[in-house]
Design a protein around this ligand. Structure first.
Ligand SMILES: NC(=O)c1ccc[n+]([C@@H]2O[C@H](COP(=O)([O-])OP(=O)(O)OC[C@H]3O[C@@H](n4cnc5c(N)ncnc54)[C@H](OP(=O)(O)O)[C@@H]3O)[C@@H](O)[C@H]2O)c1
Length: 281
């Protein structure tokens, strides 16, 4: 079923409801612009915020959340907050400590989703055990991974007690990740797109521009709608109010099967971010 509005949710395999749509804050530094972006997103109906320890902005995200929910008259429980454990903290004790640090910085009592940011060989299994402990203790609502390829997931699940609920990966019309997506679907793991707009590099694509014109929408809106119709959670980043509104205005049109296919066909297995099988950080 395709999301019907900005607050619509997908149900993760443990029953937790996660919004299909959220705001990302990668590369947004601590400061008023960050706080304003988070607050503004909440004001316009966003209910999901994606950050990570390595972004160095959890304090401001927390402030934006506190101010945003107050102004919107909603409660913490109405929001879905994600953060991620960084590579240098992967390990059983160190991951638990990293979770505490993230919570303290955010000023929150729990996260809705905590992810292993990258599949560092030899380290992600201990980190996963830590996430399982946090989950079993009821300290986090859902746990998952990011940047995991099929072989990483297979390896993790060999020893895991709990299957990841989410895999957040680079995903856009130049990187459609069909096999990974099928694998995740088979195992009940929700796929989530990072850099859904390919960091702004797809906006002048002629095919997307032609499709956008047909629906009287922007290229960004067409891409984000394509995510939703593909059953992929999406978290575009912007700090600008007009784009916060624009990106979320994707619930009043539907791409035809033919246009979905034209967008799928733009795939070139092209990444703007690091390759999960070949990174050294
Ligand atoms: N798990 C991971 O390893 C990982 C890696 C990367 C990102 N992420 C997450 O995914 C989120 C999104 O990815 P991303 O930030 O890399 O890239 P993105 O969302 O694909 O693109 C963001 C860029 O597009 C611009 N933009 C946004 N909306 C636009 C619109 N409607 N029209 C024109 N330009 C627009 C933004 O500029 P302005 O801000 O100036 O509007 C920004 O430069 C991140 O913020 C982060 O939360 C996760």
């Amino acid at each position: 079923m395709v999301a019907k509005n900005l607050q619509d949710t997908t149900t993760l395999h443990n029953g937790v409801k996660m919004p299909w749509f959220g705001i990302g804050v990668f590369k947004v530094e601590e400061g008023p612009e960050l706080v304003h972006a988070v607050k503004t997103a909440i004001k316009h109906g966003y209910r999901s915020v994606d950050t990570a320890a390595i972004y160095g902005n959890e304090k401001g995200v927390g402030q934006g959340i506190r101010e945003g929910i107050k102004e919107a008259g909603i409660s913490r429980e109405d929001l879905f907050v994600t953060s991620k454990v960084w590579n240098t903290d992967l390990g059983y004790e160190s991951t638990i400590a990293a979770y505490e640090t993230s919570l303290n910085k955010l000023g929150l009592e729990y996260l809705d989703l905590y992810l292993i940011h990258w599949p560092v060989e030899g380290k992600y299994k201990d980190a996963w055990r830590a996430l399982e402990t946090l989950y079993k203790e009821g300290r986090v609502k859902a746990i998952g991974v990011s940047n995991f390829q099929i072989h990483h997931l297979e390896d993790l699940m060999k020893d895991a007690e709990i299957k990841p609920m989410v895999n957040q990966v680079e995903y856009h019309p130049r990187l459609t990740q069909k096999e990974l997506h099928s694998f995740c679907k088979e195992h009940g793991i929700q796929l989530e797109a990072w850099s859904p707009l390919m960091q702004g590099q797809l906006l002048d694509n002629e095919v997307l521009q032609e499709i956008a014109k047909k629906y009287n929408k922007s290229v960004a809106q067409v891409i984000l709608r394509w995510d939703l119709q593909n059953g992929v959670v999406t978290i575009p980043k912007t700090t600008k109010e007009h784009r916060i509104v624009e990106n979320a205005s994707v619930f009043d049109f539907e791409l035809t099967e033919e246009d979905m296919k034209r967008i799928d066909d733009l795939n070139q297995n092209h990444r703007v971010g690091p390759d999960p099988d070949n990174f050294d950080f």
